[in-house]
Design a protein around this ligand. Structure first.
Ligand code: SAM
Length: 254
């Protein structure tokens, strides 16, 4: 099982980060989507930590994800809050939609799970078909900077009630020529009476600024309209350069 198949822990580990992202996303819709924004899509939605909060803001949000456990968790929470169960199991490299969306978002590196060029290109091609003209795809990822060292280790603790999860992530291997980074991820899980660990490894495709630009240029329906970073500050659009690491691209559906 992947760590993504433990939605209760995933949602705790990433659960507290939603506010800045939701404010940023709604600000991007207002600024960058032509016309009004109502229908949204989140590819790789996971537990839907952003989906149900955007539903609360009045948007209609659909999600797709590979993990059945995450989709079930996501739909149960949506129903509990009085919304539609709007997540389904699908592969973000190969899906179709019944009607087009005003905007889509994919904020924290899930796109880099697509290990091959063909998968990344197929994903963007599916997204181009899923989003109406004038809409946007908000895509957040870490680039490999040409200068300076990228982050190789992270650890943080999250608590809810009697449950405490420490997440540790460290780089196992980076091969920029073959374009992958392998990270080990561990959850240390404590309850008052128990401690257990869950381990997994994730492969991420690597992108330099130029490699990402080249990929986008293969999908003529998308243009890079603006860039921000993971501070999610709409007042501070960035210029991506060879030092840039965390980038949120606003891809305009032309
Ligand atoms: C880091 S989580 C992000 C979840 C969610 N977007 C969020 O912000 O909390 C990455 C998710 O990508 C999903 N995933 C990975 N490859 C996928 C694919 N090819 N198609 C759909 N989902 C995928 C995993 O199952 C996992 O739930």
């Amino acid at each position: 099982m992947s760590l993504y198949d433990y939605p209760r822990y995933y949602d705790l580990v990433y659960g507290s980060d939603w506010k800045a992202e939701v404010d940023f996303l709604t600000g991007v819709f207002d600024r960058h989507v032509r016309g009004s924004t109502k229908r949204l899509l989140e590819p790789a939605c996971g537990t839907g930590r952003l989906m149900f909060r955007l539903e609360r803001e009045g948007y209609q949000v659909d999600g797709i994800d590979l993990s059945q456990n995450a989709v079930t968790y996501c739909n149960q929470r949506l129903l509990r809050h009085g919304f539609r169960s709007s997540a389904r199991v699908a592969d973000m490299t190969d899906f179709t939609v019944k009607s087009k969306y005003c905007a889509a978002f994919n904020t924290i590196n899930s796109f880099r799970h697509l290990e091959k060029h063909t998968q990344a290109r197929d994903h963007l091609a599916c997204m181009a078909k899923a989003i109406r003209r004038g809409g946007v795809y908000i895509l957040g990822l870490h680039l490999c900077p040409r200068f300076g060292e990228p982050v190789e280790e992270e650890s943080w603790i999250a608590r809810r009630g009697h449950l405490c999860v420490q997440t540790s992530m460290w780089l196992v291997e980076r091969n920029l020529r073959k374009r992958f980074e392998r990270f080990h991820m561990r959850y240390d899980i404590w309850t008052p009476t128990d401690h257990k660990t869950l381990d997994d490894e994730f492969n991420f495709r690597t992108y330099t600024r130029q490699q990402f630009d080249t990929l986008v240029s293969e999908i003529p329906e998308f243009e890079i309209e603006a860039m921000y970073d993971f501070s999610y500050d709409l007042n501070r659009p960035i210029k991506v350069d060879d030092h840039s690491e965390d980038v949120v691209y606003i891809l305009k559906r032309v």
